[in-house]
Write a protein of this length. Sequence first.
Length: 315
Amino acid sequence: MTTIFPIVSSILLVMLLGYGLSKKLLTDSLFWQGISKLSYWVLFPVLIVHTLAHATIDTGLLLPLFTIFTVALILILIYCVLVARLLGQDGASTAALTQGGIRHNGFIGLAVLVDIFGLPGQEMGALMIAVLMPSTNVLSVLSVSLLVRKNQPQEQFLSTLIIKELLRNPMLVAVAIGLLLNVLSISIPTILDQSMDLVSRAALPILLLGVGASLKMSSLRGRWPTLAAALSAKLLVFPALLLGGAWWFNLSPLVTVCLVVFGALPTAVSAYPFIQQMGGNAKLMADIITLQTLASLIGLTFWTSLAIHLTGLVL
């Protein structure tokens, strides 16, 4: 734990720097909206393409990872819905709670794995994102649509929305391009490859600053039973499910630790505009994002240290 805590703390401090800059020095919201767009549409996709194109991918991992993530996502979705119903939450609030359970901030996960393992961690993190993202997007659209119950023809609306959500996601497009280049052994031209490498190096710090700037700490108030449920999903349930899945498939220590890191990640910042667009409880979603991000210092430190201890991985 003494090894992991400084790593996670340093990442949280970069996010808090972004939050502080957004409140004191760079207070123009348009600036941070630009940073968010730059990160979402350019920096992170370039990082994913570059990493996957050069990665040594063990294809034997794809099925176990897909199975573990999909089963865990379905179980955490059921958990969030049941807890929300026990707390008497309406459909809009339940939708926000489910997004707190099934979405994950891959920016933070990649930063943690790079700090712990270097390039192998970056490659494994990119592979986790590649496997996790399609199931996450499909379940996100399905769950929120059914919980909020918009007045569109349900079957046609859902299928159209899922396809639209998948196709317009730049990270999914980046994953597809990166894997295609890797599988077909297509080399990126040297000049372009070096340019992508430079962009990739800048990606994580800027991404973390942007995540910090998006936090809404002053709005945290009330709804504490629901917020506690959202915390339990990420601090307890989901990482435990992934650790159990890694044990079931007898995955290597490195893969197991990387899997558990992704299990303890806070929900994605993109959950807020998604919930807002779909008619869910956007205020609750903002609170969940902020609280889970701050609490990730505890969750990531504990679960990563536990996974390293149980697997006997030597750093």
